[in-house]
Design a binder for this molecule. Structure first.
Ligand code: ADP
Ligand code: MG
Length: 432
């Protein structure tokens, strides 16, 4: 069984302000950190990124929700984590070697082991020859190398980096970012997973295997994007550029209060799959586009060609994937055999295929069972909403129901009577 290194379950946090006032800084953050991945928390200042790291590091206890480390609740500092800060926090009276060794000072290791460990990380971060130098003799980039070495020397599986390159000039930041990536890829350290906090989209796209785009007031995850561009990533490629552009769109849209909230489907740990907030015709539209493209397409390219938000395309893709009409291998999206069959079918056959696909979804199964057990096969609106809320507490249950009705109508599985506000079981398909 694979186990998360670290998991945040529905974290919300309030800071106590004066006079009994509370300030909500984080709302319902859920995140799983798997071994071997880099997760980027991307968001504007004040979106609670640093607070999130402090909670994951066990330095701050969240008001609501739980932090799990390898499946057990965390209390106190997280023993699996080491941290690199934005400011270099080096002790000016200690040499480079001594500043690095400080990372493992509390362990009271034999001198020889300290020497071996310190030397190894000093070499890894390119500080060999500077062991005896003092911080004042070092450039900003060199100082941050010391900061990184001091975290790596602790040999912990998770590395947290809180805006580690933002105090550096652009060129230094870029080369150091590459070096950190090389170290991570080389697997020469105990560090398997990295969480990097940044407000720089390019940085998030360069490093993040997953990118959590955060919004403010209160801090929350707007959308979680899986980034499968192969490492090391080349900023000049079309895939890289369009992902940057699309995330930029997500963020600028995030500032627009009129847009509906994003739901991060990838992070809802639940056996019941939430439906993405898209209509069945949008899902079909995406499939037709892929079909005219020879049955396979690139998600970034689709977003660009259709002039849509990348996040929106992800939701269409998620919808089609839930129905088993597409697969989403590396960067791409391909029609499955079922998807191809759908595309070449007439509308009645299409409805039948959607009907059958919906019956595979846990959410539809459960609601269908409830309907079958209800008098006259109807359930009042409020009751369905409550059921959905219990199944998917993190989702907007009204929105889920809206999507369920829309898909269910197409697939002739459910119907909705707006006059009496009741969901009913459509038995049309069973009878034909
Ligand atoms: P980010 O790292 O994304 O910039 P932070 O997690 O540092 O965000 O802070 C999020 C919000 O919480 C900010 O508005 C900040 O002023 C506030 N905040 C941070 N720490 C405290 C604290 N100890 N007490 C009260 N408010 C705080
Ligand atoms: Mg911060």
């Amino acid at each position: 069984m694979s186990q998360n290194l670290l998991e945040l379950k529905n974290i919300s946090h309030f800071f106590q302000l004066g006079e009994g006032k509370k300030f909500k800084v984080l709302q319902q953050i859920s995140l799983e950190l798997n071994p071997g991945e880099i997760v980027a928390l991307l968001g504007p200042s004040g979106s609670g990124k640093s607070t999130c790291l402090r909670i994951m590091g066990g330095l701050l206890k969240p008001t609501h929700g739980s932090v799990m480390v390898e499946g057990k609740p965390l209390s106190g500092p997280n023993p699996n984590v080491s941290m690199v800060f934005q400011s270099f926090v080096l002790l000016p009276w200690l040499s480079v070697y001594e500043n690095v060794a400080l990372g493992i000072a509390p362990l009271d290791l034999p001198e020889e082991e300290v020497r071996i460990r310190v030397k190894k990380v000093i070499d890894l971060v390119g500080l060999e020859g500077f062991e005896e130098a003092y911080p004042r003799e070092l450039s900003g980039g060199m100082k941050q190398r010391v900061g990184i070495a001091r975290a790596l020397v602790m040999e912990r599986p998770i590395l947290f980096m809180d805006e580690p390159f933002s105090a550096l000039d652009v060129l230094t930041a870029e080369s150091l970012r590459k070096e950190v990536l090389n170290i991570w890829m080389s697997k020469k350290t105990a560090t398997s997973s990295v969480v990097i906090v940044t407000h720089n989209i390019t940085e998030a796209v360069s490093l993040g295997g997953r990118i959590l785009v955060m919004g403010t007031n209160p801090g929350h995850v707007r959308v979680a994007i899986k980034n499968e561009l192969p490492y090391p990533r080349d900023e000049k490629t079309a895939g890289f550029k369009s992902l940057v552009e699309n995330i930029h769109d997500v963020i600028t849209e995030a500032i627009n209060p009129d847009t509906p909230d994003w739901i991060p489907p990838a992070f809802m740990a639940s056996t019941v799959e939430a439906l993405p907030p898209v209509s069945i015709s949008e899902v079909i539209g995406l499939m037709e586009f892929i079909a005219t493209n020879g049955g396979r397409a690139d998600l970034y390219a689709i977003a660009q060609t259709l002039g849509k938000d990348f996040g929106q395309i992800l939701f269409f893709a998620k919808g089609a994937e839930l129905l088993d009409f597409v697969d989403t291998p590396k960067n791409g999206i391909v029609l499955t055999d079922l998807g191809r069959r759908f595309i070449s079918s007439d509308v009645n056959m299409r409805k039948k295929l959607v009907h059958d696909a919906l019956l595979q979804l846990k959410l539809c199964q459960l609601i269908r069972e409830q309907l079958q057990a209800a008098p006259n096969y109807v359930i009042p609106h409020a009751e369905v909403v409550e059921t959905i809320h219990n199944l998917l507490p993190n989702e907007d249950s009204e929105k889920q129901l809206e999507t369920l009705i829309q898909w269910g109508r197409y697939g002739e599985l459910f119907g909705y009577n707006a006059d009496v506000q009741e969901l009913y079981l459509d038995v049309g398909q069973e009878n034909t």
